[in-house]
Design a protein. Sequence first.
Length: 128
Amino acid sequence: MPELENNPEKMTIFLDKRGIVNMKMIRSLNSENIKNLIWQVREFAKTISGKPKIIVDITSGLERLPFQLRKEIGEYVKELVEDPGFEKVAIFGGVIARTIGSFIIAASGEKNIKMFENKEEALKWLEK
C-alpha cells in the first residue's frame, strides 16, 4: 500500500486494511506546506479507485493556527473533497482542535465532513 512520509513533524498518509485513507496533520502548518500537503493527498488519492473515505487526526498543535490560515485550510479542504473527491471525511481531535476543525468544515461548505472527539467515533461514522 502506498504511504507518504512517516515523520511526526510532517503529515502522514496511508491506506488502512478497511480501505480508509488515514491522515495525520503536521504540527507546524503554514501557507506553503498546506499547498504541499493538499497536493500530496491528491496524488495519494489518485492511487485509489473510486471515492475513498478519509479520517484526519488533528490532535497535534492545530490550536496555534492563525485565523487566516484556518480559512485557507477550509478552502483547500473544499477543493480536495471536490477533486479528486472523497465519499466522507471524518476529522477528530481534542477540544481546541475540534473547534478549529468545525471552523474549517464550515469554511469548506461541505456536508460530508464531520468532526468527532476521538478516532473510534470517527471510524464508526465512516463505516456506516
